[in-house]
Write a protein that binds this ligand. Sequence first.
Ligand code: ADE
Ligand code: ZN
Length: 347
Amino acid sequence: MVSREFLLELPKCEHHLHLEGTLEPDLLFPLAKRNNITLPEVFPKSVEELKDKYGKFRDLQDFLDYYYIGTNVLIKEQDFFDLAWAYFEKVYKQGLFHAEVFYDPQSHTSRGISLETVTKGFQRACDKALVEFGITSKLIMCLLRHIEPEECLKTIEEAAPFIEDGTISALGLDSAERPFPPNLFVECYQKAASLNENLRLTAHAGEEGPAQFVSDALDLLQVTRIDHGINSQHDDELLDRLARDRTLLTICPLSNVKLQVVKSVSELPLQKFLDKNVPFSLNSDDPAYFGGYILDNYIQVSKDFPHWDHETWGHIAKNAINGSWCNDKRKNDLLDKVDQVVAKHSI
Ligand code: ADE
Ligand code: ZN
């Protein structure tokens, strides 16, 4: 098994991280107090009680119910900045070099907070991460699939200035998957893409939903990346397509265990993806809720796939870099760094 030191030094990119999912219980309660937010009567009353609940989610919906309550404590631009900055401080120490991060503006605009407030707070943290840590990043705006598509179209209109000026680099789709398939959002994706030809498109698919949702996201929404996508494992033709088109799957190992998608990380089809040449990256999804940030996910995978050597890990790190949306210069710098770290640890 490779060492923790090696995994720490390996240049890592994160492509599947919900900024709202980095809200640690020990920030949630102080923010609720600072903003005079009354949490629901049934909500856990202490950090310990809340952490205990986070260890016992039944499924995606059970988690989402808590996740959306948590977002209620975020009100001011400074709150959004503080949240994202706390994330960057943590992952800098874990060897993260590049982050493409999701946020859910609709969980804030539905409470009367402007999309501008949220976006500016998050963007300010991204700018500071570049200056202080050299971490490059991109913002991905997600639509909540449990919200009516007509409402989602309005959100895209509100976000238009940020899509047009490139502050928002990509569009994503998250929340409850099975009841809300990709075909509902065709018009939304077309509308967003028409605002800026450089806008990238991705969507959560194949987390709890079937492989067909992955194919539908590719065909109907024209996405070039799939978030989760582990159920692609059941469709060999789809796997061939993902490999041929170099479509990155953003896999979230600890999340999949905590949301009972799999019983253990060893059940994930990662060896199959490697054998079939399907590119994937390893990510933390909602680290405050699932018990681990990026390095913790890498370490857990190394324990469950102990035969993977430095070369294999170098290959995984390079797939993550090549599947990123940063420029070629940044990619080449990071690819060189991977070679250096692999060489250093292989002697
Ligand atoms: N929102 C935050 N995390 C999510 C996940 N894993 N799946 C769907 N929606 C989400
Ligand atoms: Zn997610």
